[in-house]
Each structure stands twice: as C-alpha cells, then as structure tokens.
Design a protein around this ligand. Structure first.
Ligand code: ARG
Length: 466
C-alpha cells in the first residue's frame, strides 16, 4: 500500500518548494478543526452508505478508523505532517494508511472546499455556544456581587468627574446590560452558521445523489445552504461572530479599565485577590492589576481579527480562493481571546472586594447632591433653570469655604433663596437622593432589587440555542 500523498496526485512531479510548503500549510492552526472534521466525515460516510454510494462495511471502518485517528492525533501519538497541508488531508491520509481502500472512498462527492466550509461553521457554532455560556456566567457573577452591594453607594461619573450618587449595585448591573446584548449578538451569529455547506463540492456541487439534509441534521445544523458557489466562498458567519466577539471584548475592556481605576491608590474603591495581579520586577511594593489590563488590551486584537477577515474577503472572485485559508486564524484567535478573557473577568468579579466606607466617603465629598438642591427648589415652584443657578451659587460658596453642602447653615441657604427651610437637609441625604430616582432603569433601592430579580429569572430560564 502506498503512503498517502495528500492532494498531490501524479498530476504533479514532486513536492512544493520548501518555502512554499511553509506558507501553504495550514496545519499549524487548523488542527483545531480536528473534532469537527472527524464528525463531518463520519456523517458524510454514513450518508454515502445509506445512499448506496459506498458499502456499509466501508462506512463502519471509516467511522471506527476516524475515531481512532482522532484520539491518536489529539494525544500526540500520531504526527501532523505539514507536507499534507491541512487537517483534512492529514486525517484522511492517516485513515487510509490504516484502513486502505475504504478510507480512499471517504472523499466521494466531497471537496476540501465544502469540507473546510463545514468544519469552520461547526467550530463557530461550538465556539459561540461556549461563549454564550461564559457570558451568562459573568452576568451571574455580577448579579451576585451586586446583591452584596445594594446598600453601598458609589459616585456615578460623567467625564470621569463625580456627578451623582448611585448604588454600587446599579453600576455593576450596567455591565449586565452590555453582556445581555452581547449574548443576543452571539446567539444571532450562531444562527447564521446554521446551514450545512456539505454537498457543495469544490464549487459546483456533485453528481452523486447525496442526502444533504440528513448529514446536516446529524451534525446539528438547522438546514442546508442553497447555492454551492456561495457556500464554499462564504465566510460571513465568521465576520459576524468576530464582530459580536469584538464588541463583547470592548465591553470587557471597559470593565478592565474600571477595575484598574478602582484598585488604584487614587481611588482605593476595591481590592482584588492576588491571583489576578502580579508584582514588579524592580519595585517590591507593587501589586499590578495585569489581568484587568490584559482584558482591556486584548480588545485590540479582536478588532484586528475583524479587520483582517474583512480585508481577506474584500474583492474575492467566486467561488473558493485559497485566500480563504486566511479566514481561519482571525476566527480562532477571536474565539479563544474572548473565551480566556471572559474566564478571567468572571474570576476577577468573584474576587473583587469593595470598601464600602471608601466609596461612601467618595460620595459624600464633591457636591454630588447639588442636583437635589435644584430639585428641592423646583418642588417649591422655582423654574428648573433658576433653581440650577441658585444651587450653583451655593456650591460655589461651599467650595470657597472648603465645606460640603450639608455643612452650610440654613441662613447660608436662605441667603440665596427664601424658599429654603430645614427640610433641605433631608434632601441632602445620599440614600434619599438615590431612592428618589424611583423610575424604570433608575438606581432607587426598590428598582435595583427588582432588577436583580429580573436578571436572576432570566439567567435561570432555560433557553435553547439557535
Ligand atoms: N486548508 C484549506 C483552507 O483552509 C482547505 C481547502 C483547500 N482547497 C483547495 N482547493 N486547495 O481553505
């Protein structure tokens, strides 16, 4: 039995030039497709037998042979050969070397073009499902942390300037909203990988009477593609998945940035277990929030993956072109980057410890309740613009005296407006100020408790993936 030579039949005189082989081979990255390639081949072989295209016994030895080859390759007991280019040729060559002619029948009615298109969709579907699960875990971790901090306050910021007080839980739950939208986008992208391209052949389908639908169903697809040219040349599903991933990673980068701020000596709002920080090689006192910085920094590569893929696809003529091999690494890198970042984000949220006294002190200084002064005057009939002006004057005089609004006397207030009574001091209470924002989407305690219930219910309702 001759050793399998991969795609290079006797049409060719020899092998590729060594430098060409390095650039041509994708095995260095497409080994990740192994489980999907094997699953696709088994489903294809079983269907070939059902359709009477290959003998039943051949399909059986293909299935057991493929399982064996998969295990050996995964365990490193069989070698990947770069001369065989890619995962598809490696698997098939190992199979044929073990089971002979039955293995050589596997590729009937199939091309590597519809094969790789199938494998990549299966990879994307599995990847999206895993990411959705991790997104939900992060949402659950945020809700748990929020529950512990319903009664803690935090300055709400705009322009990174202290603006108005909120409950810490409200701030944490803002991330749930971003992640909820990410979840929807990932699920949508997953839906778009739902059609099986198998049966599209190299570009013009096949003369063999394949049962495409049964193969699709066996592989967990929801249907089959409708145009063979498009099916082998399409990587839109990867573009969409990477776009969803990049946006989710951008959200994690915002969380990472906030964790960096909260841990800084300027803020001191929180501490984080040392398992998510590292030391400095020169400054012994330092504990750096490396992991928060990395999930922030990795947004760059996911955005880069999206740009890479879009640029690869731009201007490609129908149907398959080898450029498409370049669509794989951006997809793998984006999926793996977000996967790792979500795991780290979950760990950090689980280990983050806020110092309620420090966040409260931050709320109590900086005139965060100035809006309450204006609202008070509005409640007494003053137009908002005039009330805003009076409150501004009071803040200014408090700043000049180096005191907070609550430290001004009633006479001070009354010197700016006769509408002030002792009541104003109740209005300056932070909890009251926050709880007056009792509106859907607001930070009042009842609203926060309602949100926690709503999100928990959402997380516990079983949802089928598309
Ligand atoms: N490794 C190739 C890819 O990723 C598989 C398809 C090769 N097809 C071909 N006609 N050379 O695109």
């Amino acid at each position: 039995m001759s050793k399998e030579k991969g795609a290079r039949s006797r049409r060719f005189e020899g092998g590729l030039a060594p430098d060409a082989e390095d650039v041509n081979a994708s095995i260095g990255f497409d080994y990740r497709l192994l489980p999907h390639d094997v699953a696709g081949s088994i489903a294809h072989a079983k269907m070939l037998a059902r359709q009477g295209i290959i003998p039943d016994d051949d399909a059986k030895s293909i299935e057991s042979g493929l399982r064996e080859v998969e295990g050996l390759l995964a365990d490193g007991k069989l070698e990947w050969d770069p001369a065989l280019e890619d995962v598809h040729m490696n698997v098939e060559a190992h199979l044929s070397n073990r089971i002979g002619d039955a293995g050589r029948r596997l590729h009937t009615g199939r091309s590597r073009n519809d094969q790789v298109a199938t494998d990549l969709r299966l990879y994307a579907r599995a990847g999206a499902a895993r990411l959705i699960e991790l997104v939900d875990k992060l949402r659950a971790a945020l809700v748990t942390l929020a529950e512990q901090h319903v009664d803690d306050f935090l300055p709400g910021y705009t322009h990174l300037q202290r603006a108005q007080p909120v409950r810490l839980a409200h701030h944490l739950l803002a991330y749930n909203e971003m992640l909820w939208r990410d979840r929807g986008r990932l699920a949508d992208a997953r839906k778009r990988c739902g059609e099986s391209p198998l049966g599209s052949g190299a570009l013009a389908a096949t003369t063999f009477k394949l049962d495409r639908e049964s193969v699709a169903a066996e592989l967990g697809f929801t249907g089959v593609t409708h145009n063979s040219l498009d099916a082998v040349g399409d990587r839109d599903f990867a573009v969409e998945l990477i776009a969803a991933i990049a946006l989710c990673q951008v959200h994690l980068s915002r969380l990472g940035e906030e964790i960096v701020l909260w841990l800084s000596q300027e803020f001191r709002f929180a501490t984080l277990g040392q398992s998510y920080c590292s030391g400095s090689s020169i400054m012994p006192q330092k504990v750096n929030p490396d992991l928060a910085e990395l999930i922030r920094g990795k947004a760059g590569r996911t955005i880069g993956s999206w740009v890479t893929l879009m640029t690869v696809l731009k201007g490609l003529p129908m149907a398959y072109n080898k450029d498409l091999q370049e669509s794989q690494e951006p997809l793998f890198d984006a999926v793996e980057t977000l996967d790792g970042s979500l795991r780290v984000a979950i760990g950090m949220i689980e280990n983050l410890e806020f110092d309620g006294a420090v966040t409260r002190a931050a709320v109590d200084s900086g005139y965060l309740v100035a809006t309450e002064v204006a609202d008070y005057l509005v409640s007494k009939g003053l137009p908002f613009r005039s009330a805003h002006d009076v409150a501004g004057a009071l803040v200014r005089s408090a700043i000049e005296r180096g005191v907070e609004l609550g430290e001004l006397s009633l006479a001070d207030f009354q010197s700016e407006s006769e509408l002030f009574t002792e009541e104003i001091f109740e209005w300056l209470d932070v909890a009251r100020a926050v709880d007056r924002r009792d509106i859907v989407g607001g930070p009042a305690k009842t609203r926060i408790l309602g949100e926690i219930r709503r999100i928990k219910e959402d997380l516990s309702s079983m949802r089928d993936l598309p």
